[in-house]
Design a protein around this ligand. Structure first.
Ligand SMILES: NC(=O)c1ccc[n+]([C@@H]2O[C@H](COP(=O)([O-])OP(=O)(O)OC[C@H]3O[C@@H](n4cnc5c(N)ncnc54)[C@H](OP(=O)(O)O)[C@@H]3O)[C@@H](O)[C@H]2O)c1
Length: 250
């Protein structure tokens, strides 16, 4: 039987690394992509991943990497690479915002484009992207992060409709807080934070079931989904409360 293959971006740390380890432990071929070549070399040695030191913002290099990895087929691609604001400020920083859109949104498109080309050729496959619960409501201090994740969610929803007849399914993941290097920089409380191992298992389970949307942890994401249903004037009143804004820097 042919060994299944998955290409994962942002696999040098946090959720992406945990997913790469999990898929490898289940017998999959794993293509691990990130920018830091030294970290990837170490992971190649330790776990046997096939590594690609590529920036997801570089469309040509991403095409090359995915084409190279997929010569014997591509079952799944997980667009996980992402970045958030290091400083959450009261007034918007548009240059950081542009960088986040480049990585979090265009990076997903640069990952999906060559994957879809391969999947159309072989007539099967699955695309998955890591969005966030930040996609569900515009959150204070992280405008472009919320915008990039909302755009990824809609990108996945549309592609799921467009590609269903081609036997390509699309899964969008909406995690709450996960304990990774990305959140370890946050100065504010992070309710219902879960471990990276638990998060990777939830992602694996949702992808295996070919769900269109995956939310976790259940209670916290349900609360955020209910918040998204409120009239925006009530949402704005709730978010103007001191406890939601105290961590924003001037
Ligand atoms: N942690 C959370 O609470 C949480 C919640 C919701 C959603 N998410 C999403 O989950 C995903 C993974 O986040 P994480 O928490 O695991 O963060 P992380 O530990 O900071 O990992 C981010 C990964 O993305 C890679 N990366 C960043 N920019 C890249 C680029 N331009 N090209 C290629 N790789 C790039 C990084 O590797 P290099 O630096 O080596 O390139 C690293 O491997 C992100 O999309 C994030 O938005 C996280």
């Amino acid at each position: 039987m042919r060994v299944k293959s998955v290409f994962i971006t942002g696999a040098s740390s946090g959720l992406g690394l945990e997913l790469a380890k999990l898929y490898k432990s289940k017998g999959w071929r794993v293509g691990a992509c990130a920018r830091r070549a030294d970290v990837l070399n170490m992971l190649k040695e330790k776990y046997g991943f096939e590594t690609y030191a590529v920036d997801v913002v570089d469309r040509d290099q991403m095409s090359q990497a995915i084409e190279d990895f997929s010569k014997e087929g591509l079952d799944l691609v997980i667009a996980n690479a992402g970045k958030s604001y290091e400083k959450k400020t009261r007034l918007p920083n548009f240059s950081v915002g542009r960088e986040l859109i480049d990585i979090n949104l265009l990076g997903v498109m640069n990952t999906f484009e060559p994957a879809v080309n391969k999947m159309l050729e072989q007539n099967h496959g699955q695309l998955a992207a890591i969005s966030s619960i930040a996609a569900l409501n515009g959150l204070p201090g992280v405008s472009a992060y919320s915008a990039s994740k909302a755009a990824v969610a809609k990108l996945c929803e549309s592609l799921g409709l467009d590609l269903a007849r081609e036997n390509i399914s699309v899964t969008c993941i909406f995690p709450g807080f996960i304990d990774t290097p990305l959140t370890q920089k946050n100065p504010h409380p992070m309710p219902s934070m879960i471990s990276v191992e638990e998060a990777a298992n939830k992602v694996y389970e949702g992808i295996s079931k070919k769900k269109r949307k995956v939310f976790f942890p259940f209670k916290f994401t349900m609360m955020v989904r209910i918040l998204a249903l409120l009239p925006r004037s009530i949402y704005a009143k709730i978010m103007s409360m001191k406890k939601f804004n105290y961590s924003l820097e001037e």
